[in-house]
Design a protein around this ligand. Structure first.
Ligand SMILES: Nc1nc2c(ncn2[C@@H]2O[C@H](COP(=O)(O)OP(=O)(O)OP(=O)(O)O)[C@@H](O)[C@H]2O)c(=O)[nH]1
Ligand SMILES: [Mg+2]
Length: 321
């Protein structure tokens, strides 16, 4: 993992070798705004899967700046009772301030854990940026965690999180307003579904991210997936059984019919797009190593038009050797 993370010479070949050993793990994404209780939930999920004898991998992605690096420490503390368990592997990743680097590493680390034989891999991301949403899409099953009050639900829609959620966990249900949040969410999900059915959903929805088709039905029934909303109190392990059951049902749904297959296809396409983007960016960076300072110089000194400069940079990237 460190070789891959540090992009040590030859790491791509190692990833290629590993890839054919992947595809067995259930990849679970857990996302939500800072402090909603994601790590606490993940800690409970580890406990659940370990009790069933499953090998668990955890990737905790912290998109924050080095200045607020405390979150990673928080994640570690939240899950520390599992550190001595050799069937649990926890890896924290920080943003490296490198274009596309964050998503790339997370996806690669997931594949390493998969090849390593993990039955379940949980990826915790703070759902604030595009990168994090993309990581969430790499999961088979994405759990969006929301806490009552604080306008979190509205924030979630703004960040496009409603679209990526296969399951919604309303955590901190020991606080006031949990029922209202559940109602709001269910209302928004119903509206979202109605829009998809009428074919008038905004762009992005029309791709039917969750492959939902007509009518409401039990989650997990082949052909239909209506994201369930589960109320929980992670600190007291309340609602965890329901949440884990919902995850298992979603996994069964993915393997059971056309809509599930569509979702898996979409995931493979996302995976390719992410790897492609990363390759493109790192290739471009390598090629432009000397061109960047020149480009900056013409911006500052020559007062060049940034559009023109960008076009020139792109032309250099695309130029044949
Ligand atoms: N009251 C209450 N507090 C909770 C619950 N779940 C988690 N917390 C608390 O909320 C705080 C944040 O929990 P974390 O699990 O670290 O949240 P997080 O979403 O992983 O946070 P970041 O990784 O920093 O984004 C901790 O103090 C938890 O003990 C809950 O169900 N009820
Ligand atoms: Mg956390």
């Amino acid at each position: 993992m460190r070789l891959i993370d540090d992009r040590v010479e030859g790491y791509r070949d190692r990833l290629k070798d590993l890839y054919r050993h992947t595809g067995r793990a259930h990849v679970l994404g857990v996302t939500g705004t800072p402090g909603v209780g994601k790590s606490t939930l993940v800690d409970r999920a580890i406990e659940h899967h370990r009790a069933l004898g499953r090998k668990v991998g955890v990737v905790a992605v912290d998109p924050s700046s080095p200045l607020s690096g405390g979150a990673i420490l928080g994640d570690r503390i939240r899950m520390q009772r599992h550190f001595l368990d050799d069937q649990v592997f926890i890896r924290s990743l920080a943003t490296r301030g490198h274009l596309g680097g964050l998503s790339r590493s997370a996806g690669d680390i997931v594949r390493v854990l998969d090849a390593f034989g993990c039955d379940v891999i949980v990826v915790e991301t703070v759902g604030v940026g595009q990168d994090e949403l993309e990581i969430a899409r790499l999961a088979h099953t994405t759990v969006v965690v929301i806490a009552p009050g604080g306008g979190d639900d509205i924030q979630a829609i703004k960040a496009g999180i409603l679209e990526v959620g296969d399951i919604f966990a309303v955590n901190k249900a020991d606080r006031d307003g949990a029922d209202a949040t559940v109602r709001d969410l269910e209302g928004m999900l119903a509206l979202d579904e109605a829009l998809v059915r009428m074919g008038s959903a905004p762009r992005g929805h029309s791709a039917a991210p969750r492959a939902r088709t007509n009518g409401a039905a039990e989650p997990g029934v082949a052909g239909v997936w209506v994201p369930p909303v589960v109320k929980c109190v992670a600190t007291r392990s309340e609602g965890m059984q329901e949440l884990m059951t919902a995850c298992d049902r979603h996994r069964a749904f993915l393997g059971a019919g056309e809509a599930g297959e569509m979702r898996l296809r979409q995931r493979r396409e996302e995976e390719l797009a992410l790897i492609f983007r990363e390759r493109l960016l790192s290739g471009a960076h390598d090629r432009l190593r000397t061109a960047w300072p020149e480009a900056h110089h013409s911006l500052h000194v020559g007062r060049a038009d940034p559009y023109v400069v960008a076009d020139e940079l792109v032309a250099r990237v695309l130029a044949p050797d």
